[in-house]
Design a protein around this ligand. Structure first.
Ligand code: TMP
Length: 216
């Protein structure tokens, strides 16, 4: 599935701040004349938001890890077909909060299914439609978790309730992905002020756009 346009994904552990930054990046890019769509996974459209509720419901403690991986992949496909690809076809910049790398780090590595197996079921879902640029928001898992626990307004989901050692494995999984995809995945230091994180993120995106989106 070859698509035009600029598909950019935001990745990281819990409390890395990517959801806040993504909206500010949209404002910045829009102000310089780009047409931008912000969306998220799992979710972004009705069917995928419903799958999200099933996956993240803290009551679903019996969910088996492959079931979890398949549900993320199913939500991913529907969201890609119904929202991401149509926007890319209209030449929009799509900023997506999480995509395949989340499944590789969380289900593949931290849950222990294996990155390759999870990659394979995801290829069935995305049929080669990979992001051109991925920004990994780097923060120590302990700090990230501290941030979300201090944020009373944030609803705690089933994965937030996992142990620190699970989130440390997620972090390790992302480190492996950084090594595997050094061109596609760029690392943003998320342990700085919001202004600094925004600046670093925009610099990567603007330099990618100036190169004509040639990072792949
Ligand atoms: P969010 O908190 O960024 O909205 O993401 C919801 C949770 O789902 C978060 O704990 C990360 C997790 N997740 C996976 O485990 N695998 C995936 O493929 C995706 C997209 C998210």
């Amino acid at each position: 599935m070859e698509v035009q346009g600029h598909f950019i994904t935001f990745e990281g552990g819990e409390g890395a701040g990517k959801t806040t930054v993504i909206e500010l990046v949209k404002e910045r890019l829009t102000s310089i004349g780009h047409s931008v769509l912000v969306t998220r996974e799992p979710g972004g459209i009705q069917i995928a938001e419903k799958i999200r509720q099933v996956i993240l419901d803290p009551a679903h403690t019996e969910m088996e890890e492959r079931t979890e991986a398949l549900l993320y992949a199913a939500a991913r496909r529907q969201h890609l077909i119904q929202k991401v690809i149509p926007a890319l076809k209209q030449n929009q910049i799509v900023l997506c909060d999480r995509f395949i790398d989340s499944s590789l780090a969380y289900q593949g590595y931290a849950r222990g299914i294996g990155m390759e197996e999870v990659y394979n079921i995801n290829q069935f879902a995305i049929a080669g439609c990979m992001p051109a640029l991925t920004l990994f928001f780097d923060i120590a898992p302990e700090k990230g978790l501290q941030r979300i626990h201090n944020n009373e307004a944030r609803e705690k989901n089933r994965l937030d309730l996992e142990t620190l050692s699970f989130h440390e494995k997620v972090y390790e999984g992302y480190q492996m992905l950084l090594e595997q995809y050094p061109k596609r995945i760029q690392q943003v230091n998320a342990d700085q002020s919001l202004e600094e994180v925004l600046e670093e993120t925009c610099n990567y995106i603007i330099s990618y756009l100036n190169k004509g989106g040639g990072l792949r």
